[in-house]
Design a protein around this ligand. Structure first.
Ligand code: ADP
Length: 344
């Protein structure tokens, strides 16, 4: 349906291009025709004049008539040939120009079509992601309400499960909102202290790490500790939380997550390493895309998420003039490296 709209728009745009092209071509053809036929007429007049005023002995009347008739004929044939050639030229422009105009129109509309489709996909993904947990909650509640023997323990379990779902929905809508906001606005930046943002990020992931007995090891030297750089503090903390949160989420119990900070060549490098399941090579190019979840069999069924964390992290890094790279393999865990420019 949407494709049909873009096809119709392309046809209309191509039609407009073609009308302009044909109008120019016709104006050019008519002008050219006039210039050339004028030349023929002038030539004819010149020859007649030469014949009439020549000093040579005057040829007899019939020879003159033949000569003039011949001249007029030649001029008419010449004009006809020009007319035919101009008609062929205009038909050629109409057919090939039409094709080129359609190709140009498709090219002009392509970026708009692409962003429109991306927006459509994003909206439908988002509404699907919101609807699934809501339907699950609704079903659980309906089943519980229909059970006349619902005891306090089952009711508490239900509330607990619903609360978890509500929390996840909160995170999802928050991330969707932040992504939409980051798409539109520049973030106000202020000087932030590296040690400060790290401490705040680790603090917010610590309860989750404790629940799995995972140790978060921080490595930063005294020089890096006191470094300051320009950033939107809340977003940068969110960026580190997303990577730490994933590292903890995808690692096994009692493992270790490392947060290493280095500064070199006027850049700050923050590395989050884990010894978790790693990421398959074919998933690596896609994990920063919105709603992408790698290796569904290993992660989706066991770990909750919406595939929005890394998309948001990547966006935040880019807004700060930096980027995120990843080194990962299923056997050796994952290293996510954030690189951010420092103030000199
Ligand atoms: P999610 O909400 O699914 O965690 P993300 O955007 O944060 O979404 O991550 C996208 C996918 O990348 C995840 O579904 C997961 O498969 C993979 N991934 C991200 N971080 C890690 C990690 N530290 N270890 C293994 N896989 C990871």
């Amino acid at each position: 349906m949407k494709r049909q709209i873009f096809h119709d728009a392309s046809v209309k745009l191509a039609g407009t291009y073609l009308i302009i092209l044909m109008a120019l071509s016709l104006v050019f053809s008519v002008s050219l025709y006039q210039v050339l036929t004028n030349e023929f007429d002038k030539n004819l007049a010149r020859n007649t004049d030469i014949l009439e005023h020549s000093n040579r002995p005057r040829p007899d009347q019939s020879w003159r008539d033949d000569f003039l008739l011949n001249q007029i004929n030649n001029s008419r044939i010449g004009k006809n040939r020009i007319e035919r050639q101009l008609v062929v030229l205009n038909l050629f422009i109409l057919v090939f120009g039409g094709g080129i105009c359609y190709w140009l129109a498709r090219r002009s509309l392509e970026p708009i079509e692409r962003s429109h489709l991306a927006l459509e996909r994003f909206t439908s993904d988002a509404s699907h992601e919101l609807r699934t947990p809501l339907t699950a909650m609704q079903t659980e509640i309906e089943v519980a309400l229909m059970n006349p023997k619902l005891d306090t323990k089952s009711a508490k379990n239900l509330l607990q499960s619903n609360l978890e779902e509500v929390n996840r929905l909160g995170v999802l809508s928050e991330r969707l909102l932040v992504l939409a906001r980051l798409d539109e606005h520049e973030l106000p930046k202020e000087p932030v202290l590296v040690s400060d943002i790290l401490a705040q990020a680790v603090k917010s992931v610590q309860p989750m790490a404790d629940a799995k007995s995972i140790k978060i090891k921080r490595t930063l030297d005294s020089k890096t500790k006191n470094l300051q750089f320009m950033a939107d503090k809340t977003s940068i903390i969110e960026l580190i939380i997303i990577l730490l949160d994933n590292a903890v989420k995808y690692s096994g119990d009692k493992s270790q997550v490392e947060l290493t900070v280095e500064s070199k060549h006027n850049k700050l490098y923050l590395k989050v390493s884990d010894k978790g399941p790693g990421i398959n090579e074919q998933d690596l190019p896609h994990i920063f895309k919105r709603f992408y979840r790698a290796d569904q069999s290993r992660t989706k069924n066991t770990q909750h998420g919406y595939g929005l964390g890394l998309a948001l992290a990547d966006k935040i890094a880019r807004i700060h003039g930096g980027d995120i790279s990843v080194k990962s393999s299923p056997s050796s865990g994952s290293d996510f490296i954030i690189s951010l420019p420092l103030v000199s």
